[in-house]
Design a protein around this ligand. Structure first.
Ligand SMILES: *[C@@H]1O[C@H](CO)[C@@H](O)[C@H](O)[C@H]1NC(C)=O
Ligand SMILES: *[C@@H]1O[C@H](CO)[C@@H](O)[C@H](O)[C@H]1NC(C)=O
Ligand SMILES: *[C@@H]1O[C@H](CO)[C@@H](O)[C@H](O)[C@H]1NC(C)=O
Ligand SMILES: *[C@@H]1O[C@H](CO)[C@@H](O)[C@H](O)[C@H]1NC(C)=O
Ligand SMILES: *[C@@H]1O[C@H](CO)[C@@H](O)[C@H](O)[C@H]1NC(C)=O
Ligand SMILES: *[C@@H]1O[C@H](CO)[C@@H](O)[C@H](O)[C@H]1NC(C)=O
Ligand SMILES: *[C@@H]1O[C@H](CO)[C@@H](O)[C@H](O)[C@H]1NC(C)=O
Length: 604
């Protein structure tokens, strides 16, 4: 029998989460009970022995023997007291290669999508053809028939194939999937896009929420799939599950800010390290020079897990201090305050779910309910997140009871999705001042923040999804200004279908420059790592085995190198990078490829 799966460790994350919540202890045992991959002495002992440079490696390894034998063998070597040597040989004997239950899913090779013919530049066109075909290398399914009877894995069954981001990520992730689906739809791989959405819908349907949740974009995924395919029956089939996910966020993450207003936060409770980052989290929480008591340690583990839920793991958005000390990156992670921040991006996404579901429901009761929720949220965003002096949205800081006045592209999400309070419409001409400033400071793609913290969601890293979101925001605002919009109710959910871009407007030029910088960054870093195109582009040097990497993030200080920092080494593959590249050329087909080895720039 064949089972497809995603990994139980997501589940573990969420389950342990609930475990310290006194009222909700039960859901921990019902959703995460693997003594190997979730919590317990075996996980702790193996992870703290640091057998692998990356903690994720171990939780990705299925067992070679049935669960009971593995646990007995662990006891036999002395359990938590086992010597380092015996742990090494225990893992070697009882665990298989990471991801060994994963098999390539075969996607038929097809012609390049037709719209690529409109891409003017032959080198970019050749490169994009390659990217549109690369999904086939990233498509997988789980084949648990490779496991012995009784053997276990952190993979959980999903019924359909999926596209992984690449690199260390041997499973699919929630918000990555939105940008992957963008790329799949533009590559005419509609079925694979649908498979991925259905896998996610199945999780919500089964568990009531997305395990290892991230920025909630499932409704947006259904939206763009239905827009591309016209498959409205899929929309109606998804609707009850989208309702369910919304209810989860509302029930579990709402913060009442005053009598009238409430908003949501990333909020995962966790009493122990994340399984896939066990030794990293453990080290952060157990610094001998700064001992924490149990309450403080649980709070830190919860802030770490909530940071992972935000998709921005980690960033100065969530830390009280903005600098590391003693060159030790853990010092800043100890200052995480994720659960006390009301994130503007999360609330804009929840508004979009409310707004979209109010459109999709036809029953008056549901329709009115979601309309009411959306208008309540917009009022709260107006009160707490919009800043009329700065013409910008900021996160709200519960600890300091004020906004964090710091530029990050998270403030662009309301303009992407349309959650803009009436009084902010007056500011539309100024809402990209911070973006323009940041694009003047650095020659590459848009930065993630203004702080150098060595964390990966900070300067000098720029991330593909944030370029997409900002460009979409710019194009929307351009449209709203030219059509004299005064309120959010004028914005229709399917606006993107009909955007009539005035190619000469200043804002569209700004979006275009962002597109040019993104294309050059991802293309030149691919070229610099050995990328070539037969008959079009020679390989830079012959002394490399590599044939071109697409990176997950980029350095904004130039156009041609990957980003760095954070808790793991930079990843190649890469799902959302490719998806955003395809979208940019579908929008701006006349961008020209630079000569990567000479100097070039795209000034704002
Ligand atoms: C490990 O050693 C400690 C101290 O000697 C002992 O109390 C504990 O029971 C041992 N644990 C196991 C699993 O043998
Ligand atoms: C969400 O909250 C409900 C109600 O308090 C609780 O039963 C449930 O376990 C929570 N779910 C998660 C995943 O925390
Ligand atoms: C832990 O330390 C905090 C101060 O940082 C203190 O308020 C709290 O009471 C302590 N908790 C326990 C259980 O000792
Ligand atoms: C939030 O406010 C507190 C108190 O003013 C401050 O120390 C902290 O730096 C602010 N930012 C974050 C992310 O916690
Ligand atoms: C960022 O800060 C770190 C540590 O303080 C420093 O080593 C590094 O050079 C800085 N990065 C840049 C790009 O300036
Ligand atoms: C939104 O603006 C339009 C055009 O100015 C106006 O007709 C409409 O009544 C406004 N709607 C709301 C809810 O303010
Ligand atoms: C790119 O620029 C380099 C350095 O300026 C030059 O040697 C090379 O010929 C250029 N390549 C092309 C294809 O123009």
């Amino acid at each position: 029998m064949r089972l497809h799966g995603i990994r139980l460790l997501w589940l573990c994350l969420f389950a342990t989460v609930t475990a310290i919540n006194a009222e909700t202890t039960n859901s921990a045992s019902s959703t995460c009970n693997s003594p190997i991959y979730c919590e317990g002495p075996l996980l702790r002992t193996v992870q703290l022995a640091r057998l692998f440079p990356d903690s994720k490696t171990f939780v990705d390894m299925p067992t070679k023997e049935p669960l009971k034998q593995v646990l007995d063998a662990f006891d036999a070597i002395g359990g938590e007291n086992a010597s380092h040597e015996s742990i090494v040989s225990f893992v070697d004997t009882y665990f298989d290669q990471p991801g060994s239950e994963l098999i390539q899913y075969s996607v038929e090779k097809q012609n390049p999508p037709e719209w690529l013919n409109d891409v003017h530049d032959p080198i970019y066109r050749g490169w994009l053809e390659k990217l549109s075909d690369e999904w086939r290398d990233l498509a997988f399914e789980f084949d648990t028939s490779k496991l012995c009877d009784g053997c276990v894995t952190s993979a959980l069954p999903v019924k359909r194939p999926f596209v992984i981001p690449g690199g260390r990520f041997r499973e699919f992730y929630y918000w990555d999937t939105y940008f992957v689906i963008r790329g799949l739809l533009l590559s005419d791989l509609n079925e694979l896009a649908k498979d991925m959405i259905e896998n996610l819908l199945d999780f919500v349907d089964t568990y009531g929420f997305m395990r290892k949740s991230q920025p909630p974009l499932l409704t947006e995924m259904v939206k763009i799939y239905v827009e591309k395919t016209g498959d409205e029956s899929f929309l109606y089939k998804s609707l009850p599950i989208l309702d369910k996910e919304y209810t989860y966020w509302l029930t579990n993450t709402t913060v009442q800010l005053d009598k009238k207003h409430s908003l949501n936060r990333y909020d995962v409770h966790n009493a122990s390290p994340r399984p896939e980052s066990y030794s990293e989290d453990y080290e952060v929480a157990n610094d001998p020079t700064e001992p924490l008591n149990d309450t403080e340690r649980h709070e830190l583990y919860s802030n770490l897990a909530s940071g992972a839920e935000s998709g921005w793991d980690y960033t100065s958005r969530w830390t009280k201090t903005k600098q590391i000390t003693n060159n030790d990156p853990n010092t800043i992670l100890r200052q995480l305050n994720t659960r006390n921040i009301i994130p503007v991006d999360l609330n804009a996404m929840l508004w979009s779910i409310e707004n979209t579901l109010s459109e999709w429901h036809s029953a008056p009761l549901e329709k009115q309910y979601y309309q009411r929720q959306a208008s309540k949220r917009l009022a709260a965003m107006d009160q707490y997140l919009w800043n009329p002096e700065h013409h910008a949205f900021f996160d709200y800081n519960i600890t300091g009871q004020q906004q964090n006045i710091e530029f990050t592209p998270a403030g662009m999400v309301p303009f992407w999705l349309g959650s803009v309070p009436d009084r902010a419409f007056k500011s539309l001409p100024k809402v990209f001042d911070y973006v323009i400033e940041a694009l003047r400071q650095d020659p590459g793609i848009l930065t993630t923040s203004e702080f150098n913290t060595t964390m990966q969601w900070d300067w000098p890293n720029g991330w593909p999804p944030l370029q997409y979101i900002t460009m979409r925001a710019i194009m929307n605002v351009d449209y709203w200004i030219r059509h004299d919009f005064h309120n959010a109710s004028q914005i229709k959910y399917d606006e993107e279908k009909g955007l009539d871009h005035d190619r000469t407007s200043e804002f569209i030029q700004l979006a275009r420059i962002m597109g040019e910088r993104y294309a050059a960054s991802s293309f030149c870093s691919w070229y610099n790592t050995g990328g070539s195109l037969p008959g079009l582009l020679e390989r830079l040097t012959s002394d490399t085995e590599d044939n071109g990497h697409m990176f997950e993030k980029f350095n904004v200080q130039n156009m041609g190198s990957a980003g760095s920092g954070g808790e793991y080494t930079v990843q190649v593959g890469f799902g959302w990078t490719n998806g955003v590249a395809l979208w940019i050329f579908n929008t701006f087909s006349d961008i020209k490829a630079p000569n990567c080895t000479s100097t070039f720039s795209y000034p704002v």
